[in-house]
Design a protein. Structure first.
Lengths: 350, 503
């Protein structure tokens, strides 16, 4: 009796090359349009390839909205923006049935789709909306569908939520509940540009208007990207490494590093492990490889885990941030799972 | 041909990656063997050195067989190899470690998959990883344990035999043996007793190896105490006999010179007392100690009496007996078996005084026991020098300087004076206290004097007190012819006490 299970095979270089070339063009265009945020662009593209939602955190005016709008134009995706306010109601986002009169004079309830029915939804300052409105997005983000008046309507595919929140204004804000935060694949920090970048921005912008980018990818190519993502191989040791990292965020785990035991109250969920694997695949694809490696996991781990760790008060007292915890975790947990005897080290020979 | 070259390149890269992973695995095993070997060898050398040191310390013997312990080192390295082999990384772990450290993006881990050949060119011939063991402290510990082992094997050990000789037990035993010999010569110990003691001392000397010095010394101290006890008992007996013999000698001399002054009854009692004293002086067996004739004569002395010649001979015999006992005491003193100079105790009696005392005894008042008792005394008793009845007097009265003074409670009226007192000097003598002034010594009228019923109690400062006293001194008043003294403002009629101005 022979094993008829098809053996997984690696993509050939010529198969992956067009996809990588396409992604590089998108990245180049993003870098040329929005200056000084190359790493952010790369991680946003990772989120798109992973079909996950992204939470952007940064000061006002650093280009969060511009990034989303340009990305939508480059990918030929529909784009809606909702400015979240405390009086924003769920129906303002998902839509509501309205009474309409047709040509025959008959009146009937017709569903008026809200701005969530788009490919890319920019939820600006999402933490200003009330918890009721925030929770209305839970189903949409996870199930990619909306239920109104007992009728479920699917959202366009692909569907991404790119939310932003202002970290400095806490007055009149409602912090996102953990369940909703967990639904964001990545949490990216949008830093301020340097002085050189600011000078280039001043020279290339007039009245803050962005140059209109041309669409680089159509819907079919986007689907090709997703199909290519499916063929990125995740080796067993890398899978194990991701599992160790996520399990290691729980202080009750036996191999949890000391920093986790000291500062973490609750660790990351299994959804984080899935997100990390997907994001690592996307990083591998961006690098032009058919396999995801340890360095891909390390590249995405801070962005995947930093909003999923709930730290204790001791961490607040010691001024320890989630990113700091993740950084020390990556140093503490060996990628191969091999515990070398004390005093024995493996170094890369020059 | 090109395809063949491509296959060759692919195979080379694939083999190269596998070789790097295999080398890493080998290096890890090797480093682990080295680490375990050093740690186990260190522990073994410490154990080996401890055992060697302990055994040498306990037995004091050196064994050349210690070097056989080196076999254990080989055993430790075998164990180290076993432990390292048991903990060796798997091939996948080695491969993933190379992939991770060389940042190969998972390609090396996917080399078993189909299609890997197309990507082998992307593996830029991974270089080997270097396995490093930071074993400096462990090697230092190994060196220290080796030094400890050598010290345990070659360090000089104390020689317990020399330690035992250093106790000088033999010298003590020799001293004790001399004492035993003295006791044996003086017939205090018989031969079996002396021999038993010598055997005990010999056994103590043989057992004295220094392992338990206190036990040896205790045994020797016990023998010494036993010898001193025997000597003390002999000395007590000798002193008692010396007293008896000296008393017998004294009585014999007294009877020889003054028998004519005694009545027959007194003479008979004295002869009986002489026989008792002589018997006690020689230890009961007179026939063995004296001559049989002398013993016979003494036994009948109370009735038949003794001639002057016999008495003289008996006195000489008692003197010789006393001399022998004195010599024995001297021998015991010289052997340090008894303390003090017992041989120097004088036994001098006055025969004439004894005759005088015997003659004074009335009829029926003098028996042999009383005479024996009187003979053992040094004199007749009483004070023979100085007026003993005079009360003792000290030449000068003892000084109270430096002695604790008897506490004296000052009356409340003097307390106010103490506040105004000034230091004039310091003396070691007892302070002179004046008697309390007139008036009440306590209560509400404390300090009040006879002021004619006034409730006010004026306080007179010390500097004014003299003037006030002179004012009230009647004699001064009379001498002065009724004038107020020292310019006092008041006259005799102002006497606050209301007393008459003249007496």
């Amino acid at each position: 009796m022979t094993d008829t299970t098809p053996r997984p095979s690696l993509m050939r270089p010529d198969e992956i090359a067009p996809t990588v070339e396409l992604l590089n063009r998108v990245l180049e265009k993003l870098d040329a349009t929005l200056l000084g945020q190359n790493e952010l662009h790369r991680m946003v593209l990772v989120g798109i390839l992973s079909r996950g939602h992204i939470l952007l955190e940064g000061m006002p005016g650093v280009g969060k909205t511009a990034l989303i709008r340009v990305l939508g134009q480059l990918l030929s995706l529909s784009f809606n923006r909702v400015q979240f306010t405390p009086d924003l109601m769920p129906s303002d986002i998902v839509g509501s049935p309205i009474l309409q009169e047709d040509d025959d004079g008959k009146r009937q309830m017709v569903f008026e789709a809200g701005p969530i029915f788009t490919n890319i939804l920019l939820a600006d300052e999402i933490n200003r909306a009330s918890p009721k409105t925030q929770s209305a997005m839970l189903e949409a983000m996870q199930e990619r569908r909306v239920t109104v008046m007992g009728k479920t309507r699917p959202l366009p595919s692909p569907f991404f939520v790119l939310a932003s929140q202002n970290p400095i204004e806490l007055e009149g804000t409602y912090p996102l509940p953990e369940a909703q935060v967990d639904r964001f694949l990545l949490k990216l920090h949008v830093g301020r540009p340097s002085a050189d970048t600011l000078e280039r921005i001043i020279n290339s912008r007039r009245r803050g208007e962005l140059p209109e980018p041309e669409a680089l990818i159509d819907a079919a190519q986007i689907q090709t990207l997703f199909d290519t993502m499916e063929r990125i191989v995740m080796p067993g040791p890398v899978n194990r490494y991701i599992a160790n990292l996520v399990a290691g965020t729980h202080p009750e785990e036996t191999f949890a590093p000391q920093v986790v035991r000291d500062y973490v109250t609750y660790g990351a969920s299994p959804r984080a492990a899935i997100a990390m694997a997907e994001a690592a695949r996307a990083v591998a694809l961006l690098s032009g490889r058919p396999t995801a490696g340890f360095e891909d996991v390390k590249a995405v781990a801070p962005h995947v885990l930093n909003h999923r760790l709930i730290l204790n008060y001791q961490a607040r007292f010691d001024k320890v941030t989630p990113l700091g915890v993740v950084d020390r975790m990556l140093k503490a947990i060996d990628e191969t799972g091999l515990e070398l005897p004390r005093g024995i080290e493996v170094e890369a020979a020059s | 041909m090109a395809g063949h070259d491509g296959d060759h390149t692919t195979r080379w890269h694939e083999n190269q990656a596998q070789a790097v992973a295999a080398d890493l695995r080998t290096d890890l095993i090797r480093a682990s063997v080295l680490r375990y070997g050093v740690l186990l060898t260190t522990a073994y050398l410490l154990l080996w050195g401890t055992v060697a040191l302990t055994v040498r310390f306990a037995t004091g013997e050196d064994h050349t067989r210690w070097w056989l312990g080196a076999i254990g080192i080989a055993l430790m390295w075998v164990i180290a190899g076993f432990l390292a082999w048991r903990e060796r990384p798997s091939v996948d772990q080695a491969r993933s470690m190379v992939d991770g450290r060389r940042r190969l993006g998972g390609l090396l881990m996917a080399e078993q998959m189909d299609g890997f050949d197309a990507w082998s060119d992307k593996l830029a011939s991974p270089k080997a990883l270097r396995v490093k063991w930071r074993g400096g402290p462990a090697c230092l510990a190994l060196g220290a344990s080796a030094v400890f082992l050598l010290g345990g094997m070659f360090a000089p050990m104390p020689d317990w035999n020399n330690v035992a000789a250093g106790m000088n037990v033999q010298r003590t035993i020799d001293a004790l043996d001399e004492q035993v010999q003295v006791l044996e010569e003086e017939r205090i110990l018989d031969e079996p007793q002396a021999q038993a003691l010598r055997d005990d001392m010999a056994r103590v000397a043989e057992d004295a190896r220094g392992a338990d010095p206190s036990r040896t010394w205790e045994a020797l101290d016990h023998v010494a105490e036993q010898l001193k006890k025997e000597a003390a008992e002999a000395a007590d007996d000798a002193l008692r006999k010396m007293t008896e013999s000296a008393a017998a000698q004294n009585l014999a001399k007294a009877l020889e010179s003054g028998s004519d002054q005694l009545s027959p009854q007194q003479l008979s009692q004295a002869m009986e007392a002489l026989a008792q004293l002589t018997k006690e002086a020689v230890g009961g067996d007179m026939a063995a100690a004296l001559s049989p004739e002398m013993a016979e004569a003494l036994s009948q002395a109370a009735t038949a009496g003794l001639s002057a010649e016999t008495l003289n001979k008996l006195a000489a015999m008692m003197g010789e007996c006393n001399g022998d006992l004195k010599a024995m005491l001297e021998a015991l003193e010289n052997a340090k078996l008894i303390n003090g100079k017992l041989s120097d105790i004088p036994y001098e009696f006055d025969p004439e005084a004894l005759v005088e005392w015997l003659a004074c005894q009335g009829e029926g008042e003098c028996d042999s026991a009383k005479i024996c008792k009187a003979c053992k005394k040094g004199g007749r008793g009483g004070i023979t020098r100085g007026p003993g009845h005079v009360e003792m007097l000290w030449k000068d009265p003892s000084s109270k300087e430096g002695a604790n003074f008897d506490p004296q409670v000052l009356p409340p009226t003097r307390m106010q004076d103490m506040k105004d007192a000034r230091l004039l000097g310091v003396t070691r003598g007892a302070p002179d206290t004046e008697p309390a002034g007139d008036g009440s010594t306590g209560g509400a009228l404390a300090g009040a004097t006879t002021t004619g019923g006034s409730a006010e109690s004026p306080t007179i400062l010390p500097r004014h007190r003299g003037a006030v006293q002179r004012y009230f001194q009647r004699s001064d008043y009379k001498v002065e012819g009724g004038q107020a003294g020292d310019g006092s403002e008041g006259g005799p009629g102002d006497n606050p006490g209301g007393e008459p101005a003249t007496e």
